[in-house]
Design a protein around this ligand. Structure first.
Ligand code: ADP
Ligand code: MG
Length: 237
């Protein structure tokens, strides 16, 4: 019982951004939404987050009908392409921010921040400010911050999109390792087939607001279900 999307549609004007999509995401899995620009990936992610309300259909999160739940009640962590760390707060205080809002006891916050700094391999950099970090380090802090409040679901929208190729590659491997330690149900959006192949347990291929195929990287690569998937995923030529 991770996430269930049941026949969900979302239209902007007459444009169907998400068109009768059904999808099941297993608890603890790392799933990539992969498709070209404009195929509805971000809208689907925002629907799961509660940042958009579906025109029709239902969304279930860990067994609860979340369709009409507020963003806050969904207990979700969200990281966007453009990290929005608080510039005037140290790394440590950025990570602590959500826990402070939730009034977690101070000693517990302190311990958890250290634990997370270790997890994102930035131990010793807790007193730095965002401007003193590289892009990749900042994005790791953004991830730690969203994990700090122990969300049931982590949603990442092109989290490495703004970084250069070398850093992206490092972060992919890093995200995979992080997920193997934390096991939080994670959905991440990318338009990069290589990124999806390398990181995800399962890939959901989107096209024109619909899902073309769902499968493991190997299934999708070896047995593309539609001509679209074949051309989008197929060997780079
Ligand atoms: P992707 O993330 O795959 O690039 P999106 O879900 O962002 O796709 O967008 C799908 C389509 O929906 C795009 O063509 C975009 O113009 C449109 N769209 C998304 N959000 C809005 C919005 N708030 N208002 C109007 N159109 C939107
Ligand atoms: Mg997008």
């Amino acid at each position: 019982m991770g996430i269930v999307v049941e026949n969900v549609s979302k239209q902007f004007g007459s444009f169907k951004a998400v068109d009768q999509v059904s999808l099941e995401i297993k608890t603890g899995s790392l799933v990539a939404l992969l498709g070209p620009s404009g195929s509805g990936k971000s809208t689907l992610l925002r629907l799961i987050a509660g940042l958009e309300i579906p025109d029709s259909g239902k969304i279930w999160i860990t067994g609860k009908d979340a369709t009409n739940q507020s963003v806050q009640d969904r207990n979700i962590g969200f990281v966007f392409q453009h990290y929005a760390l608080f510039k005037h707060l140290s790394v440590r205080n950025n990570i602590a921010f959500g826990m402070e809002i939730q009034k977690v006891p101070k000693a517990k916050i302190k311990a958890r921040v250290e634990e997370l700094l270790e997890l994102i391999q930035l131990k010793g950099l807790g007193d730095r400010y965002p401007s003193q970090l590289s892009g990749g380090q900042r994005q790791r802090v953004a991830l730690a911050r969203s994990l700090a409040v122990q969300p049931k679901v982590l949603l990442l929208d092109e989290p490495f999109g703004a970084l250069d190729a070398k850093v992206r590659k490092d972060l992919r491997a890093w995200l995979r390792r992080l997920h193997d330690e934390v096991h939080v149900t994670t959905v991440f959006v990318t338009h990069d087939q290589e990124e999806a192949m390398e990181v995800a347990d399962e890939i959901v291929v989107t096209n024109k607001g619909k899902i073309e195929q769902v499968g493991t990287p190997a299934e999708i690569y070896d047995h593309p279900a539609t001509p679209f998937v074949m051309s989008f995923i197929g060997p780079v030529n």
